[in-house]
Design a protein around this ligand. Structure first.
Ligand SMILES: CC(=O)NC[C@@H]1CCN(c2c(Cl)cnc3[nH]c(-c4cn(C)nc4C)nc23)C1
Length: 272
């Protein structure tokens, strides 16, 4: 699919607007089609007032600046953006198979097998390598922020402020805390190694069907995170158990790095 040629400016009238794809704090995401080319996109609409009131203009600008220059098969494209006096519009790649969060819920056992899980983890790992090479971190990797494109190809789809679809239950005021690494729970400065922790949390959740430190409330979850207290069900292979245990490590410097994850026996055994 050839994305729309970067015109000097886009405007709302260039698009037919379709169904609501997701709702969020700063605005909604709609299915849309550029009229001339019939190219289908996801149009994220952000309200300037909400952005102003929450004092995140600089974050929005930075996220748009970063996202528009990224080119990677496992990172959702931001093709272009435009604004009117009330809203900012982001023209995004449309991922036809929705969120990994929904795909997980749709599984009969609410979890993926080892081949599918390793495939997603390998895709994510290659996207994180690309981002880390560009000193971009904390991509907030959790199933709600991961989308599935054509043929179920995984795409990181967050720009720093998360939107959630109408039916994703796990959203709290600041999003789920399940994925926060110990250093962030303790309010310490975070490095690229936060992504390694989140990769471990995601690997666990894909194989098990729920997050490793999931508890009835924040405080319980925080306690478990800080003690790295989790249990793995019997059906998880030894290789997967090993990889998870090398990512869910309290000391950020002691976590397996992305190059090592890519060649880990579990990834090699379950992906081609
Ligand atoms: C936190 C987060 O990013 N959640 C998903 C956002 C809402 C829709 N967004 C989409 C974005 Cl930004 C791009 N493509 C999407 N495709 C879908 C979707 C497709 N189906 C069948 N169902 C859905 C939903 N949604 C999108 C992003």
């Amino acid at each position: 699919d050839i994305p729309p040629r970067p015109k000097k400016t886009w405007e709302l009238s260039n698009f037919d607007i379709g169904r609501l794809l997701g709702r969020g704090k700063f605005g909604n995401v709609y299915l849309a089609r550029e009229k001339e080319s019939q190219f289908v996109v996801a149009l994220k609409v952000l309200f300037k007032r909400q952005i102003g009131e929450s004092n995140v203009e600089h974050q929005v600008r930075r996220e748009i600046e970063i996202q528009s220059h990224l080119r990677h098969p496992h990172i959702l494209r931001l093709y272009a953006y435009f604004h009117d006096d009330v809203r900012i519009y982001l023209i995004l790649e449309y991922a036809p198979q929705g969120t990994l969060f929904n795909a997980l819920q749709a599984q009969p056992l609410k979890r993926f097998d080892e081949r599918q899980s390793a495939t997603y983890i390998k895709s994510l790992c290659s996207a994180l390598l690309y981002l880390h090479e560009r000193d971009i971190i904390h991509r907030d990797i959790k199933p709600e922020n991961l989308l599935l494109g054509h043929k179920g190809v995984l795409k990181i789809a967050d720009f720093g402020w998360s939107v959630h679809e109408p039916n994703s239950m796990r959203m709290t005021l600041c999003g789920t805390v399940d994925y926060l690494p110990p250093e962030m729970v303790q309010g310490k400065p975070h490095t690229k190694n936060v992504d390694l922790w989140s990769l471990g949390v995601l690997c666990y959740e894909l194989l098990v069907g729920h997050a490793p430190f999931f508890s009835k409330n924040y405080d319980e979850t925080y306690k478990k995170i800080l003690k790295v207290e989790y249990k793995l069900p019997e059906h998880i292979s030894k290789a997967a158990t090993h990889l998870i245990s090398k990512l869910l490590v309290l000391n950020p410097a002691h976590r397996l790095n992305l190059d090592q994850v890519m060649v880990h026996p579990w990834i090699i055994a379950h992906t081609q």
